[in-house]
Write a protein that binds this ligand. Structure first.
Ligand SMILES: CNc1ncnc2c1ncn2[C@@H]1O[C@H](/C=C/CNC(=O)c2cc(-c3ccc(F)cc3)cc(O)c2O)[C@H](F)[C@H]1O
Ligand SMILES: [Mg+2]
Length: 214
């Protein structure tokens, strides 16, 4: 059904999830990826950790790097307070097209801005393009070797303020060793590891939550 994995995930969402019900979209994707074919969504176990941080921070301005099929964008958007925005970046046009439809099916398109392009190009333009001062919360889930350069770029572009929080997926599997060393070693961050498992498996993975101290 469908030629790519993301297309098969979208087809499953349209077949099984209730239109306008973000939770049913999230649950449908989790069911499919646990029982039919694995996909690199943050998933239900790590997703619960992400949910608790989003609910604690109640971000007005949130950034996600690496949309993929839109699973975490839907999960996050469903928890955002009114007139809050999630900006999510995806440079693969096929994934972006799928994610737009998943986000629309979930009925959260008014809370999500999907930018199609590379984070390296867009991070320096964020302030001007979106009238932003800084991000309250950033979810890193794109190429693992880009976590560190993009974090440094966000610092340089003044997109992090005292108290801004970075949440990074996959710090164990596949791993982001240079990023971990940086946020754990830098006096400018207060970092905490939330032990969990790789989505839909029993392999260890975890989420790193790092508060920028300015
Ligand atoms: C670099 N700047 C980018 N700008 C915009 N979109 C981007 C950028 N870079 C990538 N994208 C976009 O962000 C996504 C990339 C997600 C990468 N994620 C993973 O590799 C990843 C891998 C595993 C995994 C674990 C074990 C195993 F055996 C196999 C896989 C688990 C995970 O949870 C992951 O998140 C998308 F694909 C790409 O177009
Ligand atoms: Mg991930």
């Amino acid at each position: 059904y469908g030629s790519t994995r993301p297309e098969r995930i979208l087809a499953e969402v349209k077949r099984k999830a209730t239109r306008g019900d973000a939770r049913s979209v999230v649950d449908t994707i989790d069911q499919y990826c646990r029982h039919q074919e694995w996909a690199m969504n943050v998933g239900d176990e790590k997703g619960t950790i992400l949910d608790s941080i989003v609910c604690e921070v109640k971000p007005r301005a949130m950034l996600e790097l690496g949309t993929y099929c839109g699973y975490s964008a839907v999960r996050i958007a469903s928890l955002l307070p009114p007139n809050s925005r999630l900006i999510t970046m995806e440079f693969n046009p096929v994934f972006a097209a799928i994610a737009r439809q998943v986000i629309a099916w979930a009925g959260v398109e008014d809370k999500v801005v999907l930018i199609e392009g590379p984070s390296g190009d867009w991070i320096p333009k964020m302030k001007k393009e979106f009238g932003l001062t800084s991000f309250d919360l950033v979810f890193l889930d794109h190429w693992k070797d880009c976590y560190l350069p993009d974090t440094k770029l966000m610092e340089e572009c003044g997109l992090l303020r005292t108290g801004s929080i970075l949440v990074a997926d996959n710090v164990i599997c596949p791993g982001a060793p240079d990023y971990l060393e940086y946020v754990r070693g830098s006096p400018r961050y207060e970092s905490k590891y939330f032990r969990s498992h790789l989505e839909y498996t029993t392999v260890e993975d975890g989420i790193e939550k790092s508060v920028f101290l300015g």
